[in-house]
Design a protein. Structure first.
Lengths: 612, 612
């Protein structure tokens, strides 16, 4: 039943040998890895607008210069990651690059930053996507949290189905967005050409603050979110068709060019057309509305924006589980994250990402602007560590043009490092501190887990054991019985089949009942000694545990007695309520006892199956 | 830790031999068994008032006649139960009497009616008690549900401590109530003597309905709740000091006289002093206020009323668990209800009663008046069946004065039967239907449970087995291994100690890993064959179950293989999260498989205890 629901949702299981086949061509890979990067313009634009509009028209006049600065940053970072792809064709995420070049600790910091970044990408993209559609349909505005969580659920299920299906589903919205948005930008340019620039001075609200250097820095920091997602391809190189690195590198360059055009084009048009947003509306919505009016074309743009942002959340579902699996393979996360699910995806990683994202969406009330400070820190920390790692990599590896490649990555490291500092300082109080606090805690947990696995590995080593391992002597067996009936027959027969030393034990809850039991017992099992234990306090497990401990001491043979538990298996689940759960009580007691004594007995469950 | 909290709440465990000693003297027994009966006047008065006030002063003028009719009923029922106590000195509740004289089905109907009655006694007493105190402190009125549930919790804990402690705690409020209430009635009589009767015509609100025969019947039916609780002593005869029946019978008569005086006195004074209630106030509170004013004496009466009603709920805690234990001993309820807890009380019955009562209080919003229709039906159905059973009993047993005794019980049966009909008809739509619906459903469940126990008993019988039961042949043992490490050593050694036929099985989740395992395996356990099972769909349990089924078929020896599960026992609970829960998965799968195949394999857990 559960299996069927599962198959309906995520499809039938796939054999492991299909793993190599689940590759993506470039068009599909662009759709799978670029949406975060492309759609970043939605919230980056919004952040620049919100950052500058408080300074009125004088502030908004700085939109384009700030946009161009960020675009320059984009070029540098893209070239830097182009080098990374060729340096690490097997998939060089920030974690691998930082770890292998800078050491374990920087690697773990990069990994943590990256995981946080993936969660925030999903959260920010979903909330921004819902904001885009709620700009067009204001009735949805109060239900943004619910809508974002529902979208998250849909994406989670699609990802559990596997990457290629995901690629197909996701390709349509990506190309729809590119098409409609470029068309809007072209129409906007024509409008600008025909009508001339608008007047910011008359359109902008009166300034609430004066324009300071800090305000500009602050806006630049928030706008840097435009770059988030650019690293996704370098993480997913093995998903491309061979030659993987070459195909991935080309896809990265195409993506960077598209990002730059969209970003600079939209920021530029917003400023020159003097667009300002209504309350409960995003600036991109205002831009599209001013160019296209309120007709179906505008609605199509908003739907496309929502869809690509939803798809952007999907980028995280590609990246997060992979990084978690890498960490788990190195022993920094529970082993379960390495397990490929039925559909050859890292199902546990997908679940973890989905849960964390839902948590953030709910806690931050579905507000993109509140999430952005947390977001930018993680992304730029990972960028900086990864680029710095690549610098070390090229110095060590050398090879053709290595100085040029080192320069590219060095430039990336410096500019992302500077951007990180600006973001950290200007956004600290607004939420960046959360990311700064979570990173060391997470790294400490990683190290703790790793230490545990190391210890267990040492403990489990067979080194030092004698060359041939001897079997134990036959176990002493104790069978707690509840009476003389058919349910005991199999248990005693099994106990006798595995040992000559079998003792039955009856806990006498009701004084005198033991003697009656002994009479019938003698008749059926004359060879099995029966010990009757009084239980003045009507406890089942107390006298049994005492007896076990006492006989272990008396025998003093280095062995602990094994317990055989006769267990009723009812035919219907509700029948289980009608039988004293003695077996269950004894099992729990032996477990609890083990915690006290530092050992646990072997327990043999011998089922007796009730036919009705 | 849990043990300590438990001891603090309910006291240390008591040995079974103290069971005989937990008896009550008459003063304590009156306090333990009478509060429900005595305190009934609180809600019976209220029901009579609410029933008649809608017909204005003409209605209220009928209070005393109706009160006298109910008092007559009380005398008949009390004499009837006096006979029951002497006919069944070992504790003759309605269930035992109806079952042994009328047969199983009437017995079960009586038992169900009784159980429902106990639950409703608790619910009605608690809500009425809270209403009494909220009449004096109107700020508490909106919090009646919460207050009632908190009181219920306190009473539950006291009962888990055991009956004698309960008797002591409860005696004070009972005698306080008797003292303060009789004092009030005496003062009221003096006032009546001094000032003369009041004028109902001027005090009563204008009539909303005309006075009809149905309205009178309806009020009589609701007022019959005054009798509830009168049967408690007949159920608890064994708790008295010997001679039990004589002591219990005398206590019953004392109780009936006190009930009659309180009831007729308060109804009579209410009518003759022309007392009417304010909104959010009970009529008893209005009576006390009109006699005592608003001073401390009035407050003391309200507190005493609240306390005795809380104590009345306690009567149910004496009765319900006993009836449940009787039913369980006869196989109509799960056996767990017969188990005496640490403190020699039927703890499971106490829990069940407490849960059901809390449910009713919450669902009916803590409103006594809404609960009364459900209440009266259960009580009078149990009365009628019990008295009818006694008629049969005397005819069968005969003995001294049997005709007189038969007449007493016959009279009881007739009047309670008539009252039941009146209640059922006039209160049907108001909630009596719920009780009528619940009774057959509950009886059906009792019969179903009984049938199951009968079948199991038959199935468990050793009759027909050969006189000497042979042990099984040595089991074939299969050990699923996760690798070659220290955790396997004990499991293999144990398996070898109990059987010569041991096979290790490795599920190859990652193609090729099996061969590496085989190499090391050969080195350490050359004598234990290792089977490597490919798992193309990365399922752990699928290939294992297939292998077990297949080898069972191949051996065709009538045996099913036993599984030895090596189990990691981590040193700290959170370490459990860091290991693949393979053992757990396999256990669940074997259980699930059993449901499909109709059998379950014996499972041997061999723990390996991680030191850190």
């Amino acid at each position: 039943m559960l299996d069927r629901i599962k198959h309906l949702l995520i499809g039938p299981p796939l054999p492991t040998q299909q793993l190599g086949e689940r590759r993506l061509n470039k068009l599909r890979a662009l759709a799978a890895f670029s949406p975060d990067a492309l759609s970043s313009i939605a919230y980056a634009n919004q952040e620049i607008y919100l950052g500058l509009v408080v300074a009125g028209s004088a502030g908004l006049a700085l939109s384009l210069p700030i946009g161009l600065a960020i675009a320059t940053l984009l070029v540098i970072v893209a070239l830097s990651y182009f080098q990374t792809i060729h340096g690490y064709p097997s998939g060089g995420g920030s974690y691998i690059v930082a770890r292998s070049n800078l050491g374990t600790l920087p690697g773990l910091i990069a990994a943590t930053a990256l995981l946080i970044d993936y969660v925030l990408t999903a959260a920010v993209s979903l909330t921004a996507g819902v904001a885009a559609i709620a700009s067009a349909f204001p009735a949805l505005w109060p239900h943004r949290v619910l809508l974002a969580v529902v979208l998250l659920g849909i994406i989670t299920v699609l990802n559990l189905r596997g990457l290629r299906e995901t690629g197909t589903v996701m390709a349509v919205p990506v190309y729809l967005f590119l098409l409609t948005f470029f068309a809007t930008l072209i129409l906007g340019s024509l409008k600008l050409f025909a009508e001339g620039p608008g007047s910011l001075a008359s359109a902008a609200p009166p300034p609430a603050q004066t324009l300071t250097a800090f305000l500009v820095m602050h806006t630049f920091a928030a706008g840097c979110t435009a770059l988030t997602g650019i690293e996704a391809i370098s993480n997913g190189v093995p998903a491309f068709y061979p030659p993987e690195a070459k195909n991935a590198g080309r896809t990265l360059l195409v993506m960077a060019v598209l990002m730059g055009l969209l970003f600079v084009g939209s920021v530029g048009l917003t400023q020159t057309l003097a667009v300002v947003a209504a309350p409960e509306e995003t600036i991109l919505s205002a831009l599209a509305r001013s160019i296209l009016g309120r007709g179906p074309a505008y609605l199509l743009v908003q739907v496309a924006t929502m869809l690509i942002l939803a798809v952007a959340a999907n980028t995280s579902f590609g990246g997060f589980p992979r990084v978690a699996a890498l960490l788990a393979a190195d022993g920094f996360l529970p082993r379960q994250f390495t397990g490929l699910g039925d559909r050859l995806v890292f199902a546990n990683g997908i679940f973890a990402l989905s849960a964390a994202t839902a948590f953030l969406i709910v806690v931050f009330g579905g507000d993109t602007h509140a999430l952005v400070p947390l977001f930018a820190v993680g992304a730029f920390l990972a960028f900086t560590l990864s680029q710095t790692g690549m610098v070390i990599h090229w110095r060590r590896e050398q090879g053709g043009h290595w100085r040029l490649k080192l320069l590219a990555n060095g430039g990336g490291a410096v500019v992302t490092g500077v951007a990180l500092t600006i973001i950290g300082v200007s956004k600290f109080a607004e939420g960046a501190w959360i990311t700064f606090a979570v990173i060391p805690i997470t790294v400490a947990i990683f190290l703790k887990i790793h230490a545990h696995y190391q210890e267990v590995r040492k403990e489990l080593s067979l080194r030092g054991l004698p060359p041939s391992i001897k079997p134990f002597p036959q176990p002493r067996i104790v069978v707690p019985i509840s009476g003389v009936h058919r349910g005991m027959v199999d248990a005693i027969a099994f106990a006798q089949s595995v040992s000559k030393d079998v003792t039955a034990v009856y806990i006498e809850m009701e004084p005198g009942s033991g003697e009656r039991i002994r009479e019938t017992w003698k008749h059926w099992w004359p060879n099995v000694p029966l010990v009757i234990l009084p239980s003045p306090y009507r406890s089942l497990v107390g006298p049994l545990l005492d007896f076990l401990d006492q006989t272990d001491r008396e025998h003093n043979d280095g062995q602990i007695a094994t317990v055989v538990l006769p267990e009723f298996v009812p035919a219907k689940w509700w029948h289980g309520l009608l039988h004293n759960q003695s077996g269950w009580l004894i099992k729990v007691a032996l477990l609890y006892n083990r915690r006290r004594l530092g050992f646990q007995r072997a327990i043999i469950d011998v089922p007796y199956h009730l036919r009705r």
